[in-house]
Design a protein around this ligand. Structure first.
Ligand SMILES: [Mn+2]
Length: 357
């Protein structure tokens, strides 16, 4: 079944006869369009791409299966164009992405529609996107390889005297040099006591001997993201650093072994969480175990304490437990993996042995 057929099946299962998409990743998935700020109108009969002058030519080139319609404020506004097209397509119940559309846009569109009822929906595209095709897996694999190469290239630069920001700059330069269109999200480089901040923004802090340095980053390749975290120690390793690292590593490896179709996100989360709890650090692993990765860095399925999502072959997820001790430091180890019929395939290649650099 093609992507569009899967989406149309879900549209009709939701009792709708049309769907309006606004989220870039969803639009790219269905149409191949690599730009932004555009709109897709889908029904069983017709596929319409709505955009403005900035993207009209690009849309015509990238989306040959769509009727490309250009709107231009104020003469032919976006909402007028949507109204005109929904009437032409005979759409009575039009789904829109309730967790993405702003209230302002919703108001404009719902006021413009005449014979069409806007219906808030969630997860139609995200559900289809969560099971990857082999060609998508290959793109995430490539992104993961680029990230591995970039990290290898900067390992020698991690030493006392350099700042987090300098390492961030070198890392992102290497990502692009190795073929990424860019980082898949703003890279995290957190050293010393700052490594206990799970989402630290790289700072001017100068790295010192005996620091943990945590790197959380990924590459974007042809739209697809990778995500990995490695924590290294600079110069001299303490007993406690070794202990914390090995607990996180054990938690991460236990969870990797437990990945298989049929397991719920929350049960997989629990596998890693139990290792950390049993070691006495249960209070220091505050975030979920992982998340889906694809055209977006965070997507379905989520792998967290609450997640009822059942893993399926073709899901790409991260496995990233951590322990964060305030004012002391933290460790996270993260791989991007594919759920396969028989378990999991790890896309991240870089070693997880504790490196003292
Ligand atoms: Mn992640």
């Amino acid at each position: 079944m093609s992507r569009i057929e899967k989406v149309l099946e879900r549209i009709s299962a939701a009792g709708l006869d049309g769907l309006l998409l606004m989220k870039d990743a969803n639009i790219r998935y269905v149409s191949g369009f690599t730009g932004s700020e555009s709109y897709l109108l889908l029904s069983a009969e017709k596929k319409v791409f709505i955009t403005d002058s900035r993207y009209t030519e690009q849309a015509e080139q990238e989306c040959p299966d769509f009727e490309v319609v250009r709107y231009q404020n104020p003469h032919r506004s976006l909402e007028e164009t949507i109204k005109e097209k929904t009437l032409e397509m005979g759409i009575k119940k039009l789904g829109f992405e309730k967790d993405y559309v702003t209230y302002e846009v919703y108001e404009k569109i719902s006021q413009a529609l005449v014979e069409t009822e806007p219906v808030p929906v969630s997860g139609i595209l995200e559900g289809v996107r969560s099971c990857k095709e082999e060609k998508e897996i290959a793109l995430v694999q490539k992104a993961a390889q680029i990230a591995d190469q970039a990290f290898k290239a900067i390992i020698g630069l991690i030493k006392a005297g350099v700042t987090e920001q300098e390492l961030e700059t070198e890392l992102e330069y290497e990502l692009k040099k190795q073929g990424a269109s860019g980082p898949s999200f703003p890279s995290i480089v957190a050293s010393g006591p700052r490594s206990s901040l799970p989402h630290a923004i790289p700072s001017q802090r100068v790295i010192q001997k005996g620091d943990y340095v945590l790197f959380d980053f990924g590459a974007r390749f042809e739209g697809y993201c990778s995500d990995m975290t490695r924590t290294v120690v600079v110069g001299e390793l303490s007993v406690k650093q070794q202990e914390i690292y090995q607990i996180v590593k054990k938690a991460q490896e236990s969870a990797l072994k437990a990945v298989q179709p049929g397991i719920k996100g929350k049960d997989l989360d629990k596998v890693a969480r139990m290792v950390i709890e049993d070691a006495g650090y249960g209070g220091y692993f505050g975030h979920g175990l992982g998340h889906g990765v694809g055209l977006e860095i965070h997507e379905e399925p989520s792998v967290s304490v609450k997640s009822e999502k059942i893993l399926k072959p073709g899901n790409i997820i991260t496995i990233e437990p951590g322990i964060y001790l305030p004012d002391w430091g933290g460790v996270r180890i993260e791989d991007t993996v594919v759920v396969r019929a028989e378990g999991c395939e790890i896309l991240t290649g870089f070693t997880k042995e504790l490196l003292v650099v």
